[in-house]
Every structure is written in structure tokens, then in C-alpha cells.
Design a protein around this ligand. Structure first.
Ligand code: SF4
Length: 263
């Protein structure tokens, strides 16, 4: 049984969700506006057009983002044909409209960040490769790295996120997912990489993260725990702030199974 880098992120948010998702592919694959927005955001962030000219001011960035958003619709319709052809087309329309309204703000946030270090920020966002599939037999781990970017003449992984960013650093689930991606890329290349990027695209904030031995140990522990969940172990329930909005709220009231006590 193998574990994906997305499982690792999900485990860090709530281990029980990993348990419920393993037998519930249908609910996992529901395509709503949030999912479609995520597709648009990634497509824009991948688009060479965005990095093709200097970002001289907020208006230039805004125009590039708008052009890229326009181009990305055809691409995502083609790439995700099987999924998007079968959903209510209003979902795509609304997701695009909402992002169009938000683009000015994204451009302003990005422009404000550029004042700190324009060259670095653009470099951390410019992909030399996208959606790189990585796999390790040794870890029983696989994943898709959103982008490969260059930092200090080295290729490092980057993951693109739709949500808000913390004021400092990155969310722990993003750090752990990124660590898993770094470990996978290290396996593939035979190099020690030790760093990567979490790109909070809507905040205009790519964050360079240096990982340490605690991050690596955490990933290995989480892989073991997820494998136990895949074999049927129901993790203890920990009340979370978002439990009330969770899709699995009802199932989650299930008591710890007898089987789980043996693991
Ligand atoms: S209801 Fe809460 S504890 Fe249960 S799966 Fe959802 S987030 Fe996790």
C-alpha cells in the first residue's frame, strides 16, 4: 500500500479524514467551485506568459494575470475533460468570474511583495517544469510536484496553494507535504535538496522553506500511520475548529472500532 503526498497533507489537517476518504472515492472526487478555482489558479501559476516580461508595476501584473486566466479556461477544459464535461457549467463560469474579480487584489499583493526582493520572488515562481510525477519504492510514497523552480542554481520543488497564507512561514500541513515532495525529489535525483517553496498564489506570496531532520522524521512517521489507517485503523477523534463544516461529521461520531485497538 502506498501513500500520496496529498494523504500526508490531509493527515496533518485531520487523520480521521484520511480514514473516511479511503473508502469514499465519490465524495473525494466531487468537483465544486473551490476545486475549479484551484485548477484555474494552478494553470495561471504554470503559465509561461506570466513570467515572460518584467513586472514593472501592479497594472502590468494585473494584465498578465487576466490574459492568463482567459487562456487557462481552454486548457483546463481540455486537460480535465472527463471531469469538467459532466458538471454543471455554471460552476466553471462562477469560479472564473470570482477569480476575475479577485485578480486586481492578487496583482497588488504580488506587487507589494516585490518591493522586498523582486528577483527572488519572480524566480521562486517561475517554473522550469510542471506537474512532475515522483515515486519512491523505499518510502512507499508518491506524488505530483506542482512546479520545479530554480534557487541558487539548483532545482527545487514548489507546491501551489489556493488558500490564505499565515503571516509568518507556512501552514504545518503545507510544510509536511512539501517535505514529502523534497524527499521524493531527492530520491529521484540522488541529490540532497533540503528546501522548497510553498506558493500562496492568491496572497502573492511564494515562501522558501528549509526543512530539517524533524520534518523528515515527521513525514516517515505519518507514512507509517497512514499505512495503518489504510489497513483499517480508525484514528482517535480530535475535535477541530472545522468539524462542524466537515463532510464526514456524521460518520465521525462512530466510536473507535474494536479492530483499531489491535494496531
Ligand atoms: S468531523 Fe472533525 S475529527 Fe471528524 S473527520 Fe471531520 S474534521 Fe476530522
Amino acid at each position: 500500500m502506498n501513500v500520496s503526498t496529498s494523504d500526508i497533507r490531509q493527515y496533518m489537517i485531520c487523520p480521521r479524514i484520511v480514514y473516511f476518504q479511503k473508502d469514499d472515492k465519490d465524495r473525494c472526487e466531487i468537483i465544486d467551485e473551490r476545486v475549479v478555482k484551484n485548477l484555474f489558479i494552478k494553470e495561471i501559476s504554470f503559465d509561461d506568459l506570466l513570467y515572460s516580461i518584467d513586472w514593472n508595476d501592479s497594472e502590468t501584473i494585473e494584465q498578465l494575470l487576466l490574459k492568463s486566466l482567459k487562456n487557462s479556461e481552454d486548457r483546463i477544459r481540455e486537460i480535465y475533460k472527463d471531469d469538467l464535461d459532466n458538471i454543471d457549467q455554471k460552476i466553471i463560469f462562477t469560479a472564473k468570474e470570482e477569480l476575475t474579480d479577485e485578480i486586481k487584489k492578487i496583482a497588488e499583493r504580488l506587487w507589494n511583495r516585490l518591493n522586498t526582493d523582486e528577483v527572488l520572488i519572480k524566480r521562486l515562481m517561475t517554473p522550469i517544469d510542471i506537474e512532475k510525477r515522483v515515486y519512491s519504492d523505499r518510502f512507499g510514497l508518491y506524488g505530483i510536484i506542482d512546479k520545479i523552480v530554480i534557487f541558487d542554481d539548483e532545482e527545487i520543488p514548489s507546491i501551489v496553494k489556493l488558500g490564505n497564507s499565515p503571516n509568518i512561514g507556512v501552514w504545518k500541513e503545507d510544510r509536511t507535504q512539501l517535505t514529502a515532495c523534497i524527499m521524493l525529489l531527492e530520491e529521484e535525483t540522488g541529490r540532497v535538496i533540503g528546501k522548497g517553496v510553498v506558493e500562496y498564489f492568491r496572497c502573492g506570496r511564494p515562501v522558501l522553506v528549509e526543512i530539517n531532520r524533524y520534518d523528515r522524521r515527521l513525514v516517515l512517521n505519518v507514512i507509517d500511520k497512514i499505512k495503518k489507517i489504510q489497513m483499517g485503523r480508525l484514528p482517535e477523534r480530535e475535535d477541530k475548529v472545522f468539524c462542524n463544516y466537515c463532510t464526514y461529521k456524521e460518520e465521525c461520531n462512530v466510536k473507535r472500532s474494536l479492530l483499531s485497538k489491535f494496531f
